[in-house]
Design a protein around this ligand. Structure first.
Ligand code: HEC
Length: 402
């Protein structure tokens, strides 16, 4: 029987691997040995631990853990040897044991090429504004090769030494965001060293993070359109809101609650309040009349939110297009952690579990409790129970990404 690695165990190993690399970086930075690059501490080595292979190959994950245990054990013994004589005697045989028995061959596979910005985190916060700015930059700088729809069929693509890859699949999630940043900022080379993608040194750091936000929103939408699901969790974009009851002023402040985001439509078509959710309205036009902003529980104050949400739903191919009819009146549900989990089409009746488009890759072993009987047992109720009992996790470059 194949030995499978429980997902939680693997997540712990991956989180540990990530934290220890970041801790080393932070420590070296704190004592002044590491410079800042692009606004954050630089990663000093050309290698890092490869989480991608760990996540895919349980065999390697086990070997890596064994290796770590051997090396840690040796470290502890070395510390003891500073104090006690017996430990000094044990040191040489222990060293021999580690040198011969530890699965060192795993080491080569555990390394991935790194760049100074490998561990950089995007400072944008995935906002409506950054995604919108990113769309403009994409139009100006990237469309000629990557194409309006991100499939790599732009007007200049055929003249390049290699075709640009499609940015619509899972490619973006296979990378650490800091490494995507580096590739856009410094360009890419093929195996022979020839340039395959130009560097974008004339863009500011912020602009590069913004265009990556747009790519992610757009790719999420294309994935949803092509596969009917978000294989990777997508965050509800941050935006300014006006909330009638709580006084919250941003989507971020609503985290911890489930949101029902209503796209466009008219104020009169808004669904009635529901105690299980906070209704957030993304109107097509800015609601200027003071009273009208109180119609929904919360109203997004940025009209750009609607086209951004349309991209996330895969409903436009060209940035800057008008919002298509298909999203007017559509709804999205987020879980309490801010992940977009379910969508419903305009005019759809009650929710059902089928609307869950971002599912847990590892269904929780804890079965959801018994369905409540009586009039409250509606489709929304069962959808909420699924969402709550099956949390999702985002990985980037194989590492957990909160
Ligand atoms: C001159 C054509 C060209 C332009 C302009 C261009 N790209 Fe690329 N891009 C490419 C090619 C070719 C590749 C594949 C390179 C490779 O794999 O070596 C690529 C790859 C990528 C990748 C995938 C990187 C990876 O990790 O595999 C991303 C992301 C990307 N480009 C983003 C952008 C962004 C953002 C812009 C605009 C700021 C842009 N590109 C502009 C040609 C271009």
């Amino acid at each position: 029987m194949a030995w499978t690695v429980p997902a939680d165990w693997l997540d712990t190993v991956l989180a540990l691997a990530q934290r220890s690399q970041q801790a080393v970086q932070a420590a070296l930075h704190a004592v002044g040995w590491l410079p800042d690059v692009h606004g954050q501490p630089a990663w000093p080595w050309a290698q890092r631990l490869a989480a991608e292979v760990l996540a895919q190959e349980p065999q390697l994950a086990r070997q890596a853990t064994a290796l770590l245990a051997y090396v840690l054990g040796l470290g502890v013994l070395a510390l003891l040897a500073l104090r006690w004589r017996w430990a000094r005697w044990a040191l040489a045989p222990a060293l021999l044991l580690v040198a011969t028995a530890a699965p060192w061959s795993a080491l080569a596979l555990l390394q991935a090429p790194a760049v100074p910005t490998s561990w950089h985190r995007s400072p944008t916060g995935f906002t409506v504004q950054s995604i919108t700015q990113g769309a403009h930059i994409y139009q100006q700088q990237c469309v000629r090769c990557h194409g309006a729809n991100g499939k790599g069929e732009g007007p200049d693509a055929a003249r390049l030494p290699m075709w640009p890859p499609t940015l619509n699949g899972s490619l973006l999630w296979k990378r650490l965001e800091g490494e995507l940043f580096w590739r856009v900022r410094h360009g890419m080379q093929g195996a022979a060293g020839a340039q395959t993608m130009p560097a974008f040194a004339h863009l500011t750091d912020e602009q590069i993070w913004q265009v990556l936000d747009y790519l992610q929103a757009h790719a999420a939408g294309q994935l949803l359109r092509d596969t009917g699901a978000w294989a990777q969790p997508v965050r509800m974009p941050q935006a300014r809101v006006h909330c009638r009851n709580t006084g919250a002023t941003s989507v971020r402040q609503l985290q911890g609650q489930r949101l029902r985001v209503v796209l466009g439509g008219t104020a009169t078509a808004l669904p009635p309040d529901d105690p299980r959710l906070v209704t957030v309205w993304a109107p097509a036009l800015p609601v200027t009349d003071g009273g009208a902003t109180d119609i929904a529980e919360c109203t997004i104050e940025e009209p750009q939110a609607l086209p951004v949400l349309a991209w996330v739903l895969g409903q436009t191919t060209d940035a800057g297009q008008d919002v298509p009819q298909a999203v007017q009146g559509a709804q999205l549900l987020t879980d309490r952690s801010g992940w977009l989990r379910a969508r419903s089409a305009p005019g759809q009746g009650d929710w059902s579990e089928d609307d869950l488009v971002c599912r847990s890759s590892t269904p929780s072993s804890a079965a959801p409790g018994p369905a409540p009987a009586g009039p409250t047992a509606d489709g929304l109720e069962s959808l909420i129970r699924r969402m709550d009992s099956e949390p999702v996790r985002l990985r980037r470059g194989g590492y957990p990404h909160g």
